[in-house]
Design a binder for this molecule. Structure first.
Ligand code: NAD
Length: 494
């Protein structure tokens, strides 16, 4: 097979995909494969993908190193034009890409379409940086000296992505990496090989030179090679905090430049004066949307006493009536969990919560109705919890929200900040002074007021603090702090 089966650039569902190294499509050198089944119907094979070894990643890094000078030799506007071509290529196939995403990852079609749209917006903004990648001129301390900075590419970058945003995250890593003049090795999640394959096929078709972008499928092994390989100058990783910490430890051995986007345990505060319809919608969208499988998922609702009962009963009614089913079916609001491991983990957390005394207000189990039994569906679940229980502290990554009663604004802030994560934090209130106090005091990289705590604009920095993020923001102009090094130049022209 000289390349995977594509139809107008779209990989076939149920087919085998390949690695893309130095401009060639090829299987893993060890001959191993991973299989991915449709999470909405596990009897359906979605893809076979190479289960690559360190050797495949090593060869991909070598290819990226060989063409480094070629790619950085292109002017930034030339690189930008190629990324605009990629944008048009994706646009022409956006519905197909969204469908692939839903079949492979499970999220409902409108969410997949939204993810593809966001990826395109980010790509548009980043491609335009080809004409905005500027340095700075500094005042000189001496006469007849010009002091200025040049942003330079790192060289070869490793990009390791998770399964839950398998289009947006590779795009928001590849686009800034390339526009800055870096060459790249993308290692997507083994659960979402087809979307990554399609994105890379697009780059090939718009004429990105061989070796500039390489794709290595597989799990831990090729990922570890990207961390330890001396020819990799930086790694941008999105995934769990546990793996992120392991990468930070391994990377510190050689002072590897790292950008880590990690997990979350995001709170939404609801104060006495909140618009309760908006606040309930905030939790439903933020906590149960995308089946709760978002780093930004709202997994804690902290509600003040006066509105607590009203809020809880409205939330329970809304969550309990949500339609669960395959993401391709219209009207479905909650798709499947990504795999059996995710299901066992969510079930375990619900069990622990119940053992610790949390009340299960709605949901709490796998959906086993005959028409959904072949998929990995879990009921939208609302728990009444007490601060300090494990489910108020740990990321669950499923459609489970813990509602916690708090006395007032001050207690809400202290509970909100009581976790080791700091990705997003949200408040619903009409009190302007509390809005700004919250924005000041909430320990999170992204704050939302009177809107769901998920999503973000495509030209705005994205990322978290505490154990949610490390090494600078993604998206927007700030992303260049990672993908470039600042070189200072002093010129005496006397
Ligand atoms: P994961 O940490 O299991 O895997 C992420 C990626 O790292 C995958 O490609 C995986 O194959 C690879 N990997 C695993 N072990 C590795 C190792 N030792 N060395 C190198 N690479 C390794 O995460 P996941 O289950 O794919 O994704 C879900 C997690 O991602 C959640 O915790 C979620 O909060 C987080 N996430 C964070 C953000 C953010 O921007 N902060 C966005 C999306 C997802």
């Amino acid at each position: 097979m000289d390349k995977p089966p594509f139809s107008d650039g779209v990989p076939s569902i149920g087919g085998s995909t390949l690695n893309y190294i130095d401009g060639h499509w090829e299987p893993a050198s060890n001959g191993k494969w991973c299989e991915r089944f449709d999470p909405a119907d596990q009897t359906v094979l979605v893809a076979r993908a190479p289960d690559s070894s360190r050797e495949d990643a090593r060869r991909a890094v070598a290819a990226a190193s060989r063409v480094q000078d070629v790619w950085r030799g292109w002017t930034a506007p030339e690189r930008g034009r190629r990324l605009f071509d990629w944008l048009r290529w994706i646009d022409a196939r956006r519905d197909k890409l969204a469908e692939l995403l839903t079949r492979e990852e499970g999220k409902i079609l409108p969410e997949s379409a939204g993810e593809v749209k966001r990826s395109m917006d980010i790509l548009e903004y980043t491609a335009g940086m080809g004409r905005r990648l500027d340095g700075k001129i500094y005042p000189a301390e001496e006469h007849d000296v010009l002091c200025y900075s040049i942003p330079q590419p790192l060289g070869v970058v490793g990009l390791i992505s998770p399964w839950n945003f398998p289009v947006a995250i590779p795009v928001w890593k590849l686009a800034p990496a390339l526009i800055a003049g870096n060459t790249a090795v993308l290692k997507p999640s083994p659960l979402t090989p087809l979307t990554a394959t399609m994105l890379v096929r697009g780059l090939e078709e718009v004429g990105i030179p061989p070796g500039v972008v390489n794709l290595v499928h597989g799990g831990v092994e090729p990922g570890q090679e990207l961390i330890s390989n001396e020819a990799v100058n930086g790694v941008s990783f999105t995934g769990s905090t546990k793996v992120g910490k392991a990468i930070a430890r391994a990377g510190s051995e050689r002072l590897l430049k790292l950008q880590l986007e990690l997990g979350g345990k995001n709170p939404q505060i609801v104060l006495d004066d909140a618009d309760l319809d908006q606040a309930v919608n905030g939790v439903v969208t933020g906590g149960l949307g995308s089946t709760g499988q978002r780093c930004t998922a709202t997994s804690r609702a902290l509600v003040t006493e006066k509105v607590y009962d009203d809020f809880l009963s409205r939330l329970v009614a809304r969550a309990g009536s949500m339609k669960v089913g395959p993401g391709v079916e219209s009207g479905v609001e909650i798709g499947p969990l990504v795999d059996d491991r995710a299901l066992s983990s969510v079930s375990r957390w619900v069990r622990i919560a119940a053992e610790e005394g949390a009340g299960i207000c709605t949901g709490g189990s796998r959906v086993l109705s005959p028409e959904l039994a072949k998929g990995i569906f879990h009921q939208p679940t609302v728990l009444e919890a007490k601060q300090g229980m494990q489910i108020t502290q740990e990321e669950i990554f499923g459609p489970v929200v813990a509602v916690i009663r708090v006395k007032d604004f001050d207690e809400a802030i202290s509970v909100a900040n009581s976790v080791r994560y700091g990705l997003t934090s949200t408040v619903f209130t009409r009190d302007i002074s509390k809005v700004f106090r919250f924005a000041e005091m909430a320990q999170a990289g992204i704050i939302h007021v009177n809107r769901p705590g998920v999503g973000g604009y495509s030209h705005v920095p994205f990322g978290g603090i505490k154990e949610s993020g490390y090494g600078g923001r993604e998206v927007g102009d700030e992303v260049m702090n990672f993908y470039t090094e600042t070189k200072m130049v002093y010129v005496n022209y006397k």
